[in-house]
Ligand binder design. Sequence first.
Ligand code: ZN
Length: 300
Amino acid sequence: MGGHDDGTVSPRTWLYAALVGFVLLWILGPDVLREAIPIWLPFLVALGLELAFLAGALRGPPTRHPNRLPQEIDRERWGYPVDRPSSAESDEGLEPTRERAEPPRRLGGALVGLVVIAALAGLVWATQSRTGWSSLSREARAAAEERLSREASLVAGKPVTIRCDEERAHVGVVQGAEGVARVGGTLAYLTPERCYDLYRLAFRGDIRSSRTALAIAVLAHEAWHLRGVRDEGVTECYALQSGVELGERLGLSEETARQLMRQQLTENALRGLVSAEYRVPPDCRDGGRLDLDPDSARFP
Ligand SMILES: [Zn+2]
């Protein structure tokens, strides 16, 4: 750790600077980062590199080295300073003594590194256990899943089950989906983030504008797939209409629920520029073929 007397910064210092920076970004940054990269991954990389440093240190000084000084290549690999022979040492022939003194110093660096890794892991654990879906008790999560299943069943027109995919085995950034359901099936998965947004709305009355809107739309969307609708654009059109009543049942006023679903419809048009598959069809409008309530003049 730390800079060296000769002004170079060791690879190990860069490693920990990068790790600290990444962990802070992961904790404080956008959801998309937490959803995309499991936090154990950078720790695994850091531990691997630390072990490599440690192995290099334990191997000790090279045995058959024509020149006793560490070579430039060693410095590049391990970041240890090139010891410059002081005139006093050279005169008194103390080089072997200095070689023996090196390993403890290198081991000390490894120890500091492991402490840094452990401290960062503790920080991640402390922040994550206080926020998000995983901070909820087992009972609260079960109650939320039961509530969401009940709401989805009303939309699907049959008993269905909603699971929050804590393991990210089915949904997430990797899978490119906030939720997933088999068309006509009875089980759908949502990401923990959307589950948490819905939990906050239903159990705490917390409304977080577009996040809440998205979570309602995703739940309704998967419910319509379970009901048997396959086409993504049609499914989304129905979902944003059902989302008004769904939002009301979860605690929104009718006005807010409509506003949030209209906002989702506007965002859908913008998203549709990127992925046409999810764009609602042109007849997703008041009085159009996909209007679930043609008698009403409001849409959604
Ligand atoms: Zn879909």
